[in-house]
Design a protein around this ligand. Structure first.
Ligand SMILES: *[C@@H]1O[C@H](CO)[C@@H](O)[C@H](O)[C@H]1NC(C)=O
Ligand SMILES: *[C@@H]1O[C@H](CO)[C@@H](O)[C@H](O)[C@H]1NC(C)=O
Ligand SMILES: *[C@@H]1O[C@H](CO)[C@@H](O)[C@H](O)[C@H]1NC(C)=O
Ligand SMILES: *[C@@H]1O[C@H](CO)[C@@H](O)[C@H](O)[C@H]1NC(C)=O
Ligand SMILES: *[C@@H]1O[C@H](CO)[C@@H](O)[C@H](O)[C@H]1NC(C)=O
Ligand SMILES: *[C@@H]1O[C@H](CO)[C@@H](O)[C@H](O)[C@H]1NC(C)=O
Ligand SMILES: *[C@@H]1O[C@H](CO)[C@@H](O)[C@H](O)[C@H]1NC(C)=O
Ligand SMILES: *[C@@H]1O[C@H](CO)[C@@H](O)[C@H](O)[C@H]1NC(C)=O
Ligand SMILES: *[C@@H]1O[C@H](CO)[C@@H](O)[C@H](O)[C@H]1NC(C)=O
Length: 278
């Protein structure tokens, strides 16, 4: 009797320990809270009784199944906003793809808690409003795709803090204002097409083809070939030298006139002065 009870207790303890150890229980709860609070036209096989790591569509866990590190749910037919305090609890997530849905509302501000994100794919949704002001919270961000939404306002300059960024896609939104100086050497892909951006293309981004900027209201400088960054200081001496040229010509005329009074008549002096001015 006693032996049997102890054996059963050990078995129970062992299985419950195993389940707790092989399932990211908190992350799973966060996903259920997310899915239960957003309309989706395609069903998802997210059965609470099954393993999120091995059986749930779109979910990827880390090596020991203790955390969810990627969520890919493209074209599930989501409609409406993402409820706060749901996906933002997936604190270990690195890849988030919710592309090609009908998600609306602002960029979820609580995503700022997801500091391990390396890739954000939210393109082709119905997001609107301003972009997050402080991008420096995603230190490891490499791919940011927010194209085909209704984001407005300006492009935050804090994007320039993303030293790992390789791809930035903001095309087909309603972004306005000037393009900030995004001096990011790692950046390889840029798409700012079809917005309402104005002003010049900053020097740091002139290495990208002009097609990356089409469909905006940018000043014509952007069609000029890349200019060396030393241009503004070097423009001053050239202005100075043209001023020097002017005073030199004036000197020739004055000197000639003084000489002219002595040697030549005024008419000859004038014509020499005109020749010098040419
Ligand atoms: C859950 O995943 C495991 C491992 O891949 C598999 O053996 C099992 O058949 C799956 N169960 C269901 C109901 O899909
Ligand atoms: C990144 O993920 C690790 C677990 O893999 C976690 O401990 C850490 O808190 C996460 N960092 C942030 C900023 O959320
Ligand atoms: C996007 O949102 C607007 C209103 O903000 C709505 O009229 C439109 O139908 C939505 N489009 C999609 C694809 O959900
Ligand atoms: C970023 O990446 C580095 C190196 O891969 C890693 O050590 C770090 O935990 C990641 N997360 C954050 C929030 O920096
Ligand atoms: C970003 O999304 C657009 C669709 O709007 C797609 O054409 C493009 O290839 C994507 N870029 C990256 C780097 O994922
Ligand atoms: C952005 O759009 C919202 C409506 O979605 C509007 O209230 C707001 O004034 C716009 N902001 C800018 C800077 O255009
Ligand atoms: C970059 O991040 C630092 C802090 O990490 C912040 O002080 C600075 O303002 C940020 N730069 C921009 C352009 O936002
Ligand atoms: C913007 O929309 C047009 C027309 O729908 C499409 O051809 C183009 O690929 C879109 N651009 C991006 C960056 O998704
Ligand atoms: C750009 O701004 C003008 C008004 O300033 C507006 O009529 C137009 O719809 C805007 N275009 C986009 C793509 O937001």
């Amino acid at each position: 009797m006693d032996k049997k009870f102890i054996f059963l207790a050990i078995l129970l303890l062992e299985t419950s320990f195993k389940v707790a150890n092989t399932e990211p229980t908190e992350d799973k709860r966060a996903l259920l809270d997310f899915i239960n609070n957003i309309y989706h036209s395609r069903p998802l096989n997210w059965d609470e009784k099954l393993s999120a790591c091995s059986n749930w569509t779109g979910v990827t866990c880390n090596h020991d199944n203790s955390r969810i590190i990627a969520l890919r749910l493209p074209a599930i037919g989501f409609r409406g906003p993402i409820s706060s305090n749901t996906l933002s609890r997936l604190s270990a997530i690195q890849i988030l793809s919710l592309r090609s849905n009908g998600i609306s509302g602002p960029f979820p501000s609580d995503f700022s808690k997801l500091g391990n994100l390396t890739s954000i794919y939210l393109q082709s949704n119905n997001f609107s409003g301003l972009l997050p002001l402080d991008f420096s919270v995603w230190k490891n961000l490499s791919v940011l795709n927010l194209s085909n939404n209704a984001f407005n306002g300006s492009i935050p300059s804090s994007i320039s803090n993303l030293t790992q960024l390789t791809s930035l896609s903001l095309g087909n939104n309603s972004l306005s204002g000037e393009i900030p100086d995004l001096n990011i050497p790692s950046l390889q892909l840029l798409d700012l097409t079809n917005n309402n951006l104005t002003g010049p293309v900053p020097l740091s981004l002139r290495r990208f083809p002009s097609s990356d900027f089409s469909g905006n209201d940018l000043s014509p400088e952007n069609s000029a070939p890349p200019l060396p960054p030393i241009l503004p200081p070097s423009a001053q001496p050239s202005k100075k030298s043209s001023k020097l040229g002017e005073s030199a010509i004036l000197g020739i005329i004055v000197g000639c006139c003084v000489l002219g009074f002595v040697l030549l008549d005024i008419q000859t002096c004038k014509s020499i002065g005109q020749e010098a001015a040419k």
